[in-house]
Design a protein around this ligand. Structure first.
Ligand SMILES: *[C@@H]1O[C@H](CO)[C@@H](O)[C@H](O)[C@H]1NC(C)=O
Ligand SMILES: *[C@@H]1O[C@H](CO)[C@@H](O)[C@H](O)[C@H]1NC(C)=O
Length: 186
């Protein structure tokens, strides 16, 4: 009876130890692709729990893998010189890349290394797009403002022209008799 109970607790202990071991670090990536505009920012959202080292690296079609940032969860991040000032790291292992350029498009690999040496790989695609829509909207506003200004200017010219002809008509009607008296001797 006692032996069976002991055996059961042992099994329970083993199972919970196994569960603890396998759940030591969990990595949950929110999206596998992110699209963001030039000059904008992109959040590579991930939730890493447990104590681990988080390593983000970038690979595009032309480049070999390039380190972006490395940090131990809860510690200070080591950001590559190329990305200095453009990277924010978060406590959950996420990374924000700001002031995006077209060349930033590509694959971002995340390697999570556990304390016991085991590691897990995941990653996502970033597409940086040009801001064409905002360009056309800007152009539209520009054309609208220019058109309104032109219409106002035309109205002003028309009004001035009217005023001018009104004044000359009045002056002429006053000056005409004098001219006639001057012209008469000739
Ligand atoms: C990770 O943290 C960042 C910043 O606090 C947050 O914006 C993001 O949603 C988090 N991601 C997940 C998957 O929890
Ligand atoms: C940061 O990274 C650079 C290059 O990857 C390395 O030489 C340096 O030792 C690292 N610093 C720390 C504090 O990890």
């Amino acid at each position: 009876m006692r032996a069976a109970w002991m055996h059961n607790t042992h099994t329970l202990c083993l199972i919970s130890c196994l569960l603890l071991y396998t759940q030591a670090v969990s990595v949950h990536l929110e999206q596998t692709s992110v699209t963001a505009p030039v000059q904008g920012s992109a959040l590579f959202s991930v939730s890493v729990s447990g104590s681990a080292t988080v390593r983000w690296s970038f690979s595009s079609a032309q480049l070999q893998q390039l380190p972006v940032a490395v940090w131990i969860l809860g510690g200070a991040a080591n950001v590559s010189q190329m990305y200095e000032g453009r990277v924010q790291t978060h406590l959950n292992g996420s990374l924000t890349l700001t002031r995006l350029r077209l060349q930033d498009s590509g694959y971002y690999r995340l390697t999570v290394t556990e304390e016991n040496g085991g590691s897990r790989d995941t990653g996502l695609m970033l597409s940086v797009r040009e801001v064409l829509y905002e360009d056309t909207r800007f152009l539209l506003v520009f054309v609208l403002v220019l058109g309104t200004l032109a219409a106002l200017l035309m109205l002003c010219v028309w009004l001035l022209n009217k005023l001018h002809s009104f004044i000359t008509a009045r002056r002429n009607s006053r000056c005409l008799p004098e001219h006639e008296t001057e012209l008469q001797p000739l």
